[in-house]
Design a binder for this molecule. Structure first.
Ligand SMILES: [Zn+2]
Length: 135
């Protein structure tokens, strides 16, 4: 009869993660908005976003993944406090250097082909695996 406790539990978990992802997105959006006036406040927003992310065990949304320093947790703005370079070797990737602490991050670069790969299963993006690789 109806849903078992497990299903309810699962559904609640999913809902929690969805809400957490939304909050992370809002916090990063705020960080970006206040950066020109109060960069320290941007860093605070990043800290809060990362706390939410850790607690909910979710991934940082793709669009924000390159926008903070993994080491010092600064909000990063290319050309202001971050240097961004594209490299094609040994594989296509983006190199982001935090100009505050010097930390260098590499992100594999997937060329977006229009009309292709548009329907990646969402699970692959918000998966429950280990959080984003920091290689
Ligand atoms: Zn840094």
């Amino acid at each position: 009869m109806g849903m078992g406790k497990r299903e309810i539990r699962k559904r609640e978990q999913r809902e929690k993660k969805r809400v957490a992802a939304e909050r992370v997105d809002v916090l990063f959006t705020l960080a970006e908005r206040v950066f020109p006036y109060e960069p320290e406040l941007s860093d605070r927003y990043v800290e809060i976003a990362l706390a939410v992310q850790r607690k909910a065990k979710i991934r940082i949304p793709r669009k924000w993944r390159r926008r903070y320093c993994r080491r010092c947790h600064s909000f990063l703005v290319p050309g202001v406090n971050a240097r961004v370079r594209l490299r094609s070797r040994p594989y296509p990737h983006v190199v982001v250097k935090c100009l505050k602490c010097g930390h260098i991050m590499r992100f594999p670069y997937l060329r977006e082909k229009k009309g292709r790969n548009r329907w990646k299963p969402r699970r692959a993006l918000s998966g429950s695996g280990p959080s984003e690789g920091s290689s």
